[in-house]
Every structure is written in structure tokens, then in C-alpha cells.
Design a binder for this molecule. Structure first.
Ligand code: FES
Length: 154
């Protein structure tokens, strides 16, 4: 191969290489710029404020208003919650929404179960499925009594 043909060939390749290097450098700088912008945005953005205690705890009412064996349906946002008093000191908080197709449940005082009017599903006082198509137990909420009042922790 003559020296002229090698130089000619280098001249042909060199612009391609230059273009590739330019493209790679541009791509690298773009990615670096995006990463840097993300870090700056994360630093400047105010932190999520922690939910206040009032948002996390729902006051239900006086203990005396809920006799043993009764349940109270509490409307909270889209999903109601049942507070069930099982004995003198024990109260259970359960989602009032069926785990099957999200129908609102009914409390049956006689049977001490939560019945679903849609497909005859039923849950016990611990939220376990007794019968019907519900695929999983009900979501539980911690219930607390303080100074004669009932509170549900969301
Ligand atoms: S929605 Fe409750 S059993 Fe189907």
C-alpha cells in the first residue's frame, strides 16, 4: 500500500471518527447534564411534609356510644371503616370495603359477622374470610381508647 493511499484512507476515516467522538461526547454531556439537573431538583424541592397526627388518627367518639357486640361504620374518605367492640376492652378496626369487588359491607349483630351484599361474602370480627369469593381478609386498623374516647389509627 502506498503512502498516498494510506493518507487518503485516513482522511476518509478521520471525519467519521471525529463525528463519532463528537456524538459520544455530546451524549455523555447530555446524560451528565440530566443527572446534574435531577440532583439539583431533588435538592431544591421541599421535603414531603409528614402527615399530621390528625390525619393519621380518626376520633370515633366516646366508648360508651359503642356497646359490646355492636359495630360502628365510620366514613373516612372513599373507604369506610368498621369499629367493632368485641368485649369490654377490645375493639377491632376493619375496612368496611369487601376485598372482592369493593362493595360496602354490613354488620350483622346476630351472627357477629360482616356480610357483603354483592356476592354473599362474609368476614369474621378479625376480618378473616368466612365464605364467598373474597380473595383475602379485610385490612385491619389499630384501635385505641384514650380518656374515654375511641381512636382509629389510619
Ligand atoms: S364484592 Fe363482596 S363478595 Fe363480591
Amino acid at each position: 500500500m502506498s503512502e498516498d493511499s494510506v493518507e487518503k484512507r485516513l482522511d476518509e476515516i478521520s471525519p467519521r471518527r471525529r463525528k463519532l467522538l463528537t456524538w459520544l461526547t455530546g451524549g455523555f454531556l447530555s446524560l451528565w447534564g440530566l443527572g446534574f439537573a435531577w440532583v439539583v431538583a431533588a435538592f431544591v424541592k421541599p421535603p414531603r411534609s409528614p402527615r399530621s397526627l390528625a390525619e393519621r388518627v380518626l376520633k370515633i367518639g366516646p366508648i360508651d356510644s359503642l356497646p359490646i357486640g355492636k359495630a360502628q361504620l365510620v366514613r373516612h374518605g372513599r373507604d369506610p371503616i368498621f369499629v367493632i367492640r368485641t368485649d369490654e376492652e377490645t375493639m377491632v378496626g376493619l375496612s368496611g370495603v369487601c376485598s372482592h369487588l369493593h362493595c360496602v359491607l354490613n354488620w350483622d349483630d346476630q351472627q357477629q359477622v360482616l356480610d357483603c351484599p354483592c356476592h354473599e361474602g362474609a368476614f369474621d370480627v378479625n376480618g378473616n374470610v368466612l365464605k364467598g369469593p373474597p380473595p383475602r381478609p379485610l385490612k385491619r386498623f389499630r384501635v385505641e381508647t384514650r380518656l374515654g374516647q375511641i381512636y382509629v389509627h389510619l
